[in-house]
Structure formats: C-alpha cells, structure tokens
Design a protein around this ligand. Sequence first.
Ligand code: HXC
Length: 258
Amino acid sequence: MAYETIIVETRRHVGLITLNRPKALNALCAQLVAELGQALDAFEADDEIGAIVLTGSEKAFAAGADIKEMAGKSFMDAYLADFITDGWERITTCRKPVIAAVAGFALGGGCEVAMMCDFILAADNAKFGQPEITLGIIPGAGGTQRLTRAVGKAKAMEMVLTGRMIDAAEAERAGLVSRVVPLAELVEEAVKVAEKIAGLSRPVVLMAKEAVNAAFETSLSQGIRFERRLFHATFATEDQKEGMAAFIEKRSPTFRNR
Ligand code: HXC
C-alpha cells in the first residue's frame, strides 16, 4: 500500500506507523486520518503483528487537526459528516495494543490521538496541550473526557480552559504518560516494549487490554466481575499451561497464541 502522509514499517512482530507531514507538523488532515485507519486495519489483520507503535517526528507527534482544512467548515459540514468520528477513533477499536511514542508537540487532536492509544511513552521534549479554546472551538476527539480521566479535573480544566501546554515531566507526574525517555531513544524503546508484548500470549494480551479498558466503562463491581471471568478464561488457554510450566521448569516460555 502506498501511503503519502504516513510511513509504515514492520519491525519483527511490531507494526510501526510514523506520521509524516513534516511541513505541517503532522497536522491531522483527512487523508492522514484515512491512511492511519488503513494501516491499523492491515496490522490488525496481520497475524505476524502482536503490537503497534504510533509515532511522529522529533519536533511533533502531531500539532492537531489540520486548521487550514477545518477553518471553512460550517456547522452542517461538521454535523452531517459527524466530524470527528468519521475515522478518527479507529485506534480505539484496535484489539492489539497500540503504544504512542510522543516527541515534540502533541496538541489538540494530536494529544487526543495519543490518548486514544493504550499508553503513551514520552520523549523528554514532549509537550501536551489542548489549545482548541484559543481557536474558538473545544476539543472534539475525546480531549475533555480522556484527559480528565487521565490527569483529573483540576489540571484538565486548566488545560482545556486556557490552552496551557504541559511538558513531559509534568505529564508524567500527572499520570498522562507511562514513562519519559531521552528523545534519541524514544522509538527504539517503544518498539522494544511493543516487542515484549508481541512475544507474550496474543489472546491473553487481548484479554488484559480488554479488562483494563473495562475500568473506564463500568462500575467497580462490574469491572471486577468482568476481570474475574476473563481471568478464569485464561485457564482454558494452552499458553497458561506453557507459561506456568516454563516457570516451574526454570525456562523461557514459548507462547503459541492458543
Ligand atoms: C495546520 C499547522 C498546524 C495545524 C502547525 N501547522 N500546526 N497547519 N494545522 N494544527 C503548520 C503551520 O501553519 C506552519 O506551516 C508549519 O506547520 C510550522 O508551524 P509553525 O507555527 O511555523 O511552527 P512553530 O513556530 O514551531 O510553532 C509550533 C506550534 C504551532 C506551537 C505547534 O504550529 C501551533 O500552535 N500550531 C497549532 C496548534 C493547535 O492549535 N492545535 C489544535 C488544532 S485544533 P506554514 O505553511 O504556515 O509555514 C484541533 C481540534 C481537534 O486539533 C478536534 C478533533 C477533530
């Protein structure tokens, strides 16, 4: 598949997608969003791929939705096309884990795309923000919801009401990112983490992801019940037998995704 706005590579069992509109700081135009969806579809369908890394450039993960493309939209354009659910949320329906490796600016839709991923690894130069309010709009791809769940009301409200950016250290303190790594090591580290995940039992990884995600959609008691049912289900896998046998026999497990 020939893409124009993203670069798609495979590193062993990891799918690596690099947003690639350097002149526009990876602004998320309709073509980029469509191509991202196609690349995710292809990696989801590829049995060799166990996890996906989404990254940008050193200067920008993505500086938001493409303002030049959005500027002339009318209410009716936005409403009838159901902008932004027309493709943007493809990441959230991926069953395989998706890691955002964020360097530079992750602003507006860029921050929202990073938050749609399962977790964010940040380079030490990363900057996160929801500057929509300064353009006369509000976040439209989950920013008011996912940011608030990630960092709490006080910080989310300040960021959404003022557009203030936070740096990588503040993002880590606030729980928005799982870890901060030196810029030069970001992609390599993200691929390493993804390879680790890809080497584990595929069905059990999918169950673990589903269980954590249930925490955002259910009450505690429903979430714990859901977790317990999936936990029980892991005992029906050959990989559970292999994982535990390998531990007892003091060897590395060979998971067969069964
Ligand atoms: C279109 C963008 C862009 C964007 C940057 N560019 N961000 N084009 N949409 N979101 C373009 C600039 O126009 C410029 O192109 C080139 O990228 C380089 O940007 P500069 O501003 O010259 O770079 P710099 O001075 O380093 O400033 C970096 C920046 C700034 C702080 C990130 O570019 C900026 O504030 N960008 C907008 C950030 C933003 O408001 N994002 C939220 C968008 S709304 P030219 O050709 O002019 O030189 C949003 C809503 C999502 O995301 C809702 C769901 C759909």
